[in-house]
Design a protein. Structure first.
Length: 422
């Protein structure tokens, strides 16, 4: 008789043992599927966290021009970049907030102008990115503005001068030789109040302006950037970018490279720990399942010594007997996989709840972390790929659980079995 048919008859004849093996295999497959689902869900969350949060690398150097910043920004490591130029132009006709405190003795008057910051994207500035500074009307400055003469003003300056989106203001170079008209495209609110000590108008929060860095050419603010911020995906990429920045600017006295990856670490590292735990669980379940099934198969082989002896005496080959036990266990893996897939709906909901709890605690941390971004709710879903991974792992467990005990079958002899000795 074909050993596959014998395996089928054996499973039917030993219903109790078959049910026991099926139950164990079903539990193993369900736990394996849960481990794979958790690992895949955390991997997707980690990738989304890397995309949304990333790492900010701030570069400062002397000299550091807009052209150099753009060259470094073309690196494949960089997602977005923001060159920043700060200066104090004149603003004829613009009413500015002033400090109520008396000017300290010996303090030079300086230029009574606003604080002007040239940027590529205002939303990449830390205060805007964290939501500390918010847009109240109009829009932000984007990379599409490039050299356009547009400006964003603080809400207190806008109210004092009756400004809103669509209005225009005039800015002049510090020496008064060049002037340029700018259109107001956005009004923002900075929650910082005017400090008690005296400060020049350009340093007061209410007097801050933002404009595209290209539009500031000719205003006499110089070409030396204050800094440039580069958005990267991971701290590992920041190390590679540092090497590129050193080659571009030289690791001289004025060179600085700072990495702000706190928000990244606060949200990505817990996900990595969950993923590592899920991977360890998968391996533990696979090894434990193979050991448990192997012990059951080994006990089954001992109970069926007489059957083995008779088959040996009839001339059956030893590898076919090993193949019969392998087919018996593998045949149970198919319904066990169906059980695991059926339980996947409930299992996915439980994992969703656990990940949501984990993410809720992460949101509390993120709320206190500058640069943190809120991630979308995690989604745990069963895919054919997950079922294939469970099926492949289950097949490996079935082979390990039968081949290893099957080595004992290869060492048996019909006469010794039939006379009841090894």
């Amino acid at each position: 008789m074909n050993f596959a048919k014998r395996a089928a008859y054996s499973l039917i004849a030993r219903k109790g043992k078959s049910a026991l093996l099926l139950g164990i295999f079903g539990v193993v497959c369900t736990l394996l599927l849960g481990g794979f689902l958790l690992r895949d869900a955390t991997a997707r969350q980690e990738a989304e966290a890397q995309r949304r949060i990333g790492v900010d690398a701030t570069v400062r150097g002397e000299p550091f021009t807009e052209r150099q910043a753009a060259k470094l920004g073309r690196s494949p490591l960089v997602e977005r970049y923001n060159p920043i130029l700060r200066g104090t132009p004149r603003a004829p006709g613009l009413k500015l907030e002033t400090s109520d405190a008396p000017r300290p003795p010996g303090e030079k008057p300086g230029t009574a102008g606003p604080g002007l910051t040239g940027v590529r994207e205002s939303e990449m500035l830390l205060d805007f990115a964290t939501g500390r500074t918010t847009l109240t009307s109009g829009r932000a400055i984007t990379a599409a503005d490039a050299d356009r003469a547009v400006v964003m003003v603080e809400v207190r300056t806008a109210e004092k001068n009756g400004l809103g989106p669509g209005d225009r203001i005039t800015l002049m170079s510090p020496d008064g030789r060049t002037e340029k008209s700018f259109e107001v495209v956005g009004v923002f609110e900075d929650p910082a109040r005017t400090p008690d000590p005296w400060m020049p108008p350009a340093d007061l929060p209410a007097n801050q302006l933002y404009a595209p860095i290209g539009a500031l050419r000719g205003l006499g603010l110089g070409e030396q950037l204050t800094e440039a911020v580069y958005k990267l995906r991971s701290p590992e990429q920041a190390r590679a970018l540092r090497a590129g920045a050193e080659r571009l600017l030289g690791a001289g006295k004025g060179f600085r490279f700072d990495v702000n990856d706190k928000a990244y670490r606060d949200q990505v590292q817990p996900l990595r720990r969950v993923g590592a735990f899920a991977n360890a669980v998968v391996w533990l379940i696979a090894v434990a399942g193979a050991v448990i099934l192997g012990l059951i198969v080994m006990l089954t082989i001992r109970e069926r010594r007489d059957e083995l002896g008779m088959l040996f005496a009839l001339g059956e080959k030893k590898w076919k007997l090993v193949g019969q036990h392998t087919v018996e266990v593998v045949a149970l893996a198919v319904p066990a996989l169906v059980i695991a897939a059926t339980a996947a709906g409930f299992l996915g909901g439980q994992l969703d709840d656990r990940l949501l709890d984990r993410q809720s605690s992460d949101r509390v941390t993120a709320a206190r972390t500058p640069g943190a971004a809120e991630l979308p709710p995690p989604e745990v879903r069963v895919t054919p790929r997950d079922l294939l991974k469970v099926a492949g792992t289950s097949l490996g467990i079935a082979l390990a659980a039968t081949v290893v005990p099957g080595i004992g079958i290869l060492r048996l002899h019909p006469r010794s079995i039939l006379v009841g000795s090894d």
